[in-house]
Design a protein around this ligand. Structure first.
Ligand code: SF4
Ligand code: SF4
Ligand code: SF4
Length: 369
């Protein structure tokens, strides 16, 4: 099924489509935990070696044939401001400060072991691959952007500037290069050996050895070994003890937090958590993107549809889905108790509100609001 066909079914069939995808969504998300691939690859980013030269950004740009940036990769003034990934910058290096010293960290997709983006996507656009990469296939993407909400690292970006066929974009782990036995472009370009590519299990041993053999140099922790259920890309941070005060007895983790990393993600797989919140109410997983992406998906086909037809479909779809969601909440109350039904109802209300705010403020797709 190609993307256009998928959108057509989604937009036209309304409830029937949503109901039929509910099972798929549950299978894709819900209670699953992705199988852990023992021999999968990963990358260790040793921030004690990183000098913020941005060669990795240039390497990524080159091997992926991305558009030239406004400012050259030699221009380090961009480091004055922290940046996020964009559809044309799949990795960025940011400068942070630890005890008054600059520390640089490269941002890209972490290629999570159990990716939240995948569990959140009812169209199954994301797949964890045995090589460790999390691949995105946009052929069935409806542009709901729920993956962007779900990702704990704010990685996926959306091609807002593409009016006709916007997709979600993120680092691919250079999967095509891995298949050819080549290094990821960023790893190959790094002049400081700050990025080490290898089997994830070996990288953990390498990281432990560096920590052990360099007392006081590193925080005794490998970010990503367990965080968010484990990630293929992991980070080492320089140790930067802070003086204990009566208000601050414990500095553990502050280094990673100072590098812009979330130290409160916990060890439970994020996909499981997303599944717990949303997969436990599988109808929401199905309706969420349909509700919030459906009107948009229909609008995307506006060049092929008459305006009145669009309005009718949207109106009917909304009525159908409102009725089906009531039924879903009743069913959830029967099968999973009133607490979960309340959670489901609240989640829908919150999401609707968030969507309304987004539509009111974003300035995009003006006529689609
Ligand atoms: S970092 Fe975000 S986009 Fe990348 S695999 Fe994890 S959840 Fe998905
Ligand atoms: S792995 Fe490839 S796509 Fe990802 S940041 Fe490195 S060069 Fe870019
Ligand atoms: S190329 Fe290497 S040293 Fe330079 S910014 Fe990237 S990771 Fe750091």
């Amino acid at each position: 099924m190609n993307r256009r066909r998928f959108l057509t079914i989604l937009g036209s069939a309304g409830l029937a489509s949503a109901l039929s995808t509910a099972k798929t969504a549950h299978a894709a998300g819900g209670t699953h935990t992705w199988p852990y691939h023992e021999n999968s690859y990963g990358v260790l980013h040793d921030t004690t070696r990183c000098i913020g030269c941005r060669r990795c950004e240039a390497g990524c740009n080159k091997v992926n044939n991305l558009p030239k940036p406004d400012k050259s990769f030699d221009d380090l003034s961009v480091l004055d401001k922290n940046r996020r990934m964009t559809p044309t910058s799949w990795t960025v290096v940011n400068k942070y400060e630890l005890n008054g010293k600059p520390v640089f960290r490269k941002l890209q997709c972490f290629h999570c072991n159990d990716p939240a983006c995948a569990s959140a996507c009812f169209a199954k656009c994301f797949q964890k691959q045995p090589d460790g990469s999390v691949a995105y296939d946009g052929s069935q993407c409806v542009g709901c952007r729920y993956c962007m909400v779900a990702c704990p690292f704010y990685v996926p970006s959306f091609e807002y500037d593409d009016a006709w066929d916007p997709l979600v974009v993120k680092c691919t782990f250079c999967e095509p290069r891995l298949k050819e036995g080549k290094l990821p472009g960023c790893v190959e370009a790094c002049p400081m050996d700050a990025l080490t590519f290898g089997r994830r299990s070996d990288l953990i041993k390498v990281a432990r050895a560096r920590i052990k053999n360099n007392p006081g140099k590193y925080v005794d922790y490998i970010y990503g070994e367990w965080d968010a259920g484990g990630t293929a890309w992991m980070v080492l941070a320089p140790s930067a003890p802070v003086a204990a005060s009566k208000d601050s007895h414990q500095a553990t983790g502050h280094e990673f937090a100072s590098l812009g990393l979330d130290t409160h993600l916990g060890n439970r797989p994020m996909g499981e958590l997303t599944g717990g919140a949303l997969g436990a109410v599988p109808m929401i997983v199905a309706f969420w993107p349909v509700l919030f992406g459906g009107a948009y998906a229909i609008a995307k086909r506006r060049e092929a549809m008459h305006k009145a037809e669009t309005e009718t479909i949207v109106k009917e779809a909304k009525e159908d889905m409102a009725a089906a969601m009531d039924a879903a909440v009743r069913k959830i109350a029967e099968t999973q108790g009133p607490g979960m039904a309340d959670t489901a109802r609240q989640a829908m209300a919150d999401a609707l509100k968030a969507r309304e705010n987004t539509c009111a403020n974003c300035g995009h797709h003006g006529e689609d609001k």
